[in-house]
Design a protein around this ligand. Structure first.
Ligand SMILES: Cc1cc2nc3c(=O)[nH]c(=O)nc-3n(C[C@H](O)[C@H](O)[C@H](O)COP(=O)(O)OP(=O)(O)OC[C@H]3O[C@@H](n4cnc5c(N)ncnc54)[C@H](O)[C@@H]3O)c2cc1C
Length: 462
């Protein structure tokens, strides 16, 4: 008899094997495991898990359908709230959202909501279950900028209401960070992301790639010359930050964004592609978020010994617990309470080491976390040939600087209403990382939904 206090375990690739390949780490539930796990749900009347979900999926209802073996019905329940469940089931921080509120979690482990969502969504992709679209078009034309989770969600929700939606994407591939940032071993591109975007296309959304708004055309032109009555900006936060330490301009120092883009989108890991990447043998990744874990685990798979250099302690690591656990299992070395001071190069300009200093935690800072303070005289060198900076990103100012009357804050984020995405410019709405700065997939999706609601209210009132 299975222990109902514990999640049905999910199958994963062996750490030693997966550290040398780019295939997906987590293998997901099969039907039998999913039905068993669904049986742990208490189907609470006042379901707290729904409050924990930024797009308010009716979690007990979809889990009930799984329990009964009605997977197509379960997909329909999820589809009412989310256009990208196979993606969210893989990358959402469920531990702090839906699962964090699950009553089962008080005495044991919460229901594995994320893995059940993934199971249902994968079933829908494998069996080509179609999403339910609009019955007729309403004649209004809307532009969406960016094909990341916020743009895809906004576009999908508007298409379901009958809007004529075109998504403009700067890159040659659709998906935003889902394709260029998050690695294949966490989120398969062909099997999951491309197929889930296909479902948004099936709702009638049109996509134009290689269009950089602010260069190829502007928001003002889209609205004044191209007949778009409203615009949603979901252009993300793709501009990397650096530390400003000596040696940071050396050859072999990457931003995590560049490193991951070369690996994910330009397939630098695949010998059949000639994308250059320095496959360092000893790599330091600076930072402690999801991006740092992804860069570290990618470098590991490219054959390096990898150190994560993070200035606070393990308790403050901002990455998902699951990602830290996987990184450790695979052999990433964590240099915690440690901060880089300079990057040292040899006479040929090649990196030979990074000088770091030990830190201790002092009083809490404005973020409420204890401030890291240097311990004088504790510097030492870590021998590396590559350094990857994963210190956070901010929005690219291209769109705000080319759109009349669009207000931004001091962090270069677009100012927009949380409930409906309204900006300072009439007819222009925004959401996701472009508004909040780097955040999460599900928050970007929530903002895309709010933007679609705002645009619908604005245009139906016109
Ligand atoms: C490496 C990495 C790992 C992550 N891991 C996780 C995770 O595990 N879980 C999680 O929840 N979140 C994770 N995140 C964060 C999450 O991916 C982002 O918060 C989310 O993708 C933001 O969605 P978005 O739609 O706002 O922007 P994005 O996904 O950044 O998409 C923006 C899109 O707009 C396009 N664009 C930008 N400017 C223009 C322009 N001028 N014209 C036309 N198009 C433009 C971009 O090319 C891009 O495709 C991770 C982020 C990174 C970088």
């Amino acid at each position: 008899m299975a222990d109902v206090l514990k999640k049905v375990p999910v199958r994963e690739q062996d750490p030693k094997v997966r550290a040398t390949n780019f295939e997906e780490v987590c293998l997901g539930y099969n039907m039998e495991e999913a039905v068993e796990e669904a049986g742990r749900c208490l189907n609470c009347k006042n379901a707290k898990c729904i409050d924990g979900c930024p797009v308010s999926i009716d979690i007990p209802a979809f889990i009930h359908e799984v329990k009964e073996g009605n997977i197509e019905e379960a997909y329909k329940v999820i589809g009412k709230s989310s256009a990208l469940p196979a993606i969210c089931g893989r990358v959402c921080p469920q531990e702090s959202q839906c699962e964090g509120k699950c009553i089962r979690g008080i005495k044991g482990e919460p229901v594995s909501i994320g893995k059940l969502e993934r199971f249902v969504a994968d079933y829908a992709l494998e069996n080509d279950i179609k999403p339910v679209g609009a019955e007729k078009m309403n004649g209004h034309k809307v532009a969406v900028i960016g094909s990341g989770p916020s743009g895809l969600t906004c576009a999908g929700d508007l298409a379901k209401k009958g809007y004529d939606v075109t998504v403009f994407e700067a890159l040659h591939e659709l998906g935003g960070v889902l394709v260029y940032g998050i690695p294949e071993f966490r989120l398969p591109k062909e099997k999951v992301v491309a197929k889930e975007i296909e479902k948004v296309k099936e709702l009638g959304v049109k996509f134009e790639t290689n269009v950089v708004i602010g260069k190829s055309t502007t928001i003002d032109q889209l609205m004044e010359e191209e007949g778009f009555e409203a615009v949603f900006i979901g252009s993300g936060a793709g501009l990397p930050m650096f530390m400003g330490i000596p040696g940071e301009n050396a050859n072999g120092v990457f931003s995590a964004n560049e490193y991951l883009t070369r690996s994910n989108l330009m397939k630098a890991f695949d010998d059949a592609y000639d994308t250059p990447i320095i496959a360092g043998k000893k790599v330091a990744v600076v930072g402690g978020g999801n991006v740092a874990m992804d860069a570290a685990r990618t470098a590991l798979r490219l054959g390096a010994d990898v150190h994560i250099v993070y200035r606070r302690s393990e308790a403050e690591l901002p990455a998902r617990v699951e990602e830290v656990h996987h990184a450790k299992e695979e052999g990433v070395i964590f240099d915690l309470l440690t901060n880089p001071k300079k990057i040292n190069v040899d006479e040929n300009g090649n990196i030979k080491s990074v000088t770091v200093i030990k830190m201790e935690l002092g009083e809490p800072d404005a973020s409420g976390r204890r401030r890291p303070v240097e311990i004088p005289g504790s510097e030492y060198d870590i021998e590396v040939d590559t350094v990857i900076m994963a210190l956070g990103t901010s929005p690219n100012p291209l769109i705000s600087s080319t759109t009349k009357g669009l207000e931004t804050n001091r962090r270069k984020c677009i100012v927009a209403d949380e409930d409906n995405g309204e900006t300072s410019k009439e007819g222009v709405f925004a959401g996701g990382d472009a508004v909040t700065g780097a955040a999460t997939v599900i928050l970007a999706m929530g903002a895309g939904k709010a933007g679609a609601k705002g645009i619908d209210e604005y245009l139906s009132g016109k």
